[in-house]
Structures are given as structure tokens and as C-alpha cells.
Design a protein around this ligand. Structure first.
Ligand code: CDV
Length: 312
């Protein structure tokens, strides 16, 4: 048995005016709860240090850059690392990264139990658009503020397990999970900011948003025989509600724990990495059953091409 007691640290709303220091205090409170609950790994949401700023159209680059971290840890976030180290808890959280070369990514990091960073992931699937869209009831400007991740889908050896990360919209793409599954990932951690109310499909209900989030995570877990920890930033950010419903999904696709609120809330589950073994060796024994000679379209094209050659 390789048990990791995992805390999924859902976070409630962060308003545009909230400073990082206030958010860091909330993260530390969640870390203290996690320590009391026996957690050794805690996962926080996507872009968890600030409000979900891609909903705001900003033209001034200095203002844009104020949402980004140029180093990690930095003075504002160092207390999170210090508390995690003191508790012996590994952490994973999302933030907006500006590199020394001036590149911008939507990034998630992973540490070991000494709070040393063992790896980072940069979001590959960026939803939304890059210019102000007057047709939308609210903006989703990830394509404006971030480049697509340039690291692929790395998997790291940490705490005697193989661990990978996804970020928000990535969870809706089976290719993303499979990239991790093909590297033996036993644990997949992801954070999300999912608006309730679809600016392009106003009829979509909140329950349908939650259903699709669960469906995607449960399918990804089952089809790759991995634990999936999906952690929301939830609640109402300056009048913009976000989907809650953080979950921990077992490798058989069942939900092991689920958030009950739309605020700061810690879900705890003892996840046995050996529980991935049956799915990996039997149901989804990739090396025996995958037929890569038939999968060329997966990496050979993006949009639909019908059999008669016309493009969708
Ligand atoms: N932050 C995200 O990636 N959000 C998307 C929304 C825009 C659909 C998501 O997939 O949840």
C-alpha cells in the first residue's frame, strides 16, 4: 500500500481588490486544517493567488503584468512554502507565471514534502479569445494573456508515486490525460476556474456545468487508472459566479470525496497509489491493447475532415 492522504483545498471567491497576502493567509488556514486531518499533499486551484483576471479586458501591459509572478516562491507566497515545510506537506497550486524572458503562462507547480519545487506544468489548452468581444456577457481572455504551455505534459516522481498536472480546460480533453497515462501517472492534480453561465450559451444550467466537470474527471481517471484531484476556485468574484464541486476521483472512476460548499473547503481522502494497479495492468494494459496504427488523426489534424475531404 502506498497511501497519500490528499487534501483538495477548494477556495472561495477572490475579489479583484484582494491582495495576495490575504489569499496566502487563507491558503495557510487550509494547510493547518490539512495538517490536523493528516494530509501529506494539498492541491489548490488554478490561478489561486488572485481573482480570475482573464475575465477582465486590460490593455495596459503593466497592469496585466501585475497579475503575474516573476519568481516562485516570492515574498508574498513564501509563507505558504514555509508553512507547508513546517507541516511536512507537499503542495500544488496554480498561478500566472511571467518568465525572465517575458513569456506569460498559466502554470501549476508541485513540491515535495520539504516544499521544494519538483516540477511545473504550463496549461496547454487555453479557452476563450484574445480580443474584447462585445457579443459576450463576460470576457474569457486566456488567449490574450497566456501562451500555450511549452512543457508538454510532464510526470514527476514524488512521494513514491508518479504525478502529473493539468489545468482547468485541459480536463475536458482526453488527449491530455492520455499523455499523462502513457507516462504511468498514478495521480493527476488539477485546478479550475469555471464560470457558471456560459457567455455563448446562456441556457446552460449550473448543474450541467458541474456535470461536465465531473464527467471529464471521472472519465480521465478511469481510462488512465489514475487518481484525479480536481479543485475549484468557487463562489462569486465581483458578480461573476464560479462553479464549485471539487472532487477526488478514484482510479475506477468513482467519486471518493466531493465539496459541499462554494467557499474555502478542504476535502480529505486517503489515496492508495497501488489502487491504480488493476486498471493499469488489466483493463487498460496499454502495451497490449492500444492500436497506434489507427490513431494517426489524433496528432495529425486539429479540426474535423469528413471522409469526402470537406472540412468541418
Ligand atoms: N479556466 C478555464 O479553463 N475555464 C474553462 C471555461 C472557460 C469553460 C473550463 O474549461 O472550465
Amino acid at each position: 500500500m502506498r497511501e497519500i492522504v490528499i487534501g483538495a483545498a477548494q477556495m472561495g471567491a477572490i475579489q479583484r481588490a484582494d491582495p495576495r497576502e490575504a489569499v496566502v493567509d487563507r491558503m495557510i488556514t487550509l494547510l493547518d486544517q490539512a495538517k490536523s486531518a493528516g494530509c501529506t499533499l494539498v492541491v489548490f486551484p488554478e490561478l489561486c493567488l488572485t481573482t480570475f483576471f482573464p475575465r477582465w479586458y486590460i490593455e495596459d501591459q503593466a497592469e496585466v503584468d501585475s497579475w503575474f509572478e516573476t519568481e516562485m516562491p516570492n515574498p508574498a507566497t513564501q509563507p505558504v512554502f514555509d508553512r507547508a515545510r513546517a507541516h511536512g506537506i507537499a503542495i500544488s497550486f496554480g498561478y500566472a507565471e511571467k518568465t525572465p524572458q517575458g513569456r506569460h503562462f498559466n502554470t501549476q507547480l508541485l513540491t515535495d514534502a520539504r516544499a521544494d519545487i519538483v516540477g511545473t506544468y504550463r496549461k496547454v489548452h487555453l479557452p476563450g479569445h484574445s480580443e474584447f468581444d462585445p457579443e459576450r456577457s463576460f470576457q474569457h481572455l486566456e488567449k490574450r494573456y497566456f501562451e500555450p504551455g511549452d512543457l508538454g505534459f510532464p510526470v514527476f516522481r514524488n512521494m513514491d508515486a508518479w504525478m502529473g498536472m493539468l489545468i482547468c480546460n485541459d480536463r475536458r480533453w482526453p488527449e491530455a490525460y492520455r499523455e499523462l497515462g502513457l507516462q504511468g501517472a498514478e495521480l493527476i492534480m488539477l485546478g479550475y476556474n469555471t464560470p457558471i453561465g456560459n457567455s455563448q450559451n446562456p441556457d446552460e444550467s449550473p448543474s450541467m456545468r458541474a456535470f461536465h466537470s465531473e464527467l471529464s474527471c471521472q472519465a480521465g481517471a478511469y481510462q488512465n487508472a489514475a487518481w484525479v484531484v480536481a479543485v475549484a476556485k468557487a463562489g462569486d468574484e465581483d458578480g461573476h459566479p464560479l462553479c464549485a464541486g471539487s472532487i477526488i476521483v478514484a482510479p475506477d472512476g468513482t467519486i471518493a470525496a466531493k465539496a459541499q460548499t462554494d467557499g474555502d473547503e478542504l476535502l480529505v481522502h486517503a489515496c492508495d497509489m497501488d489502487a491504480t494497479e488493476f486498471g493499469k495492468s488489466t483493463i487498460f494494459d496499454f502495451k497490449r491493447h492500444r492500436r497506434i496504427e489507427h490513431y494517426g488523426r489524433i496528432t495529425g489534424q486539429t479540426g474535423v475532415i469528413y471522409p469526402d475531404g470537406t472540412k468541418g
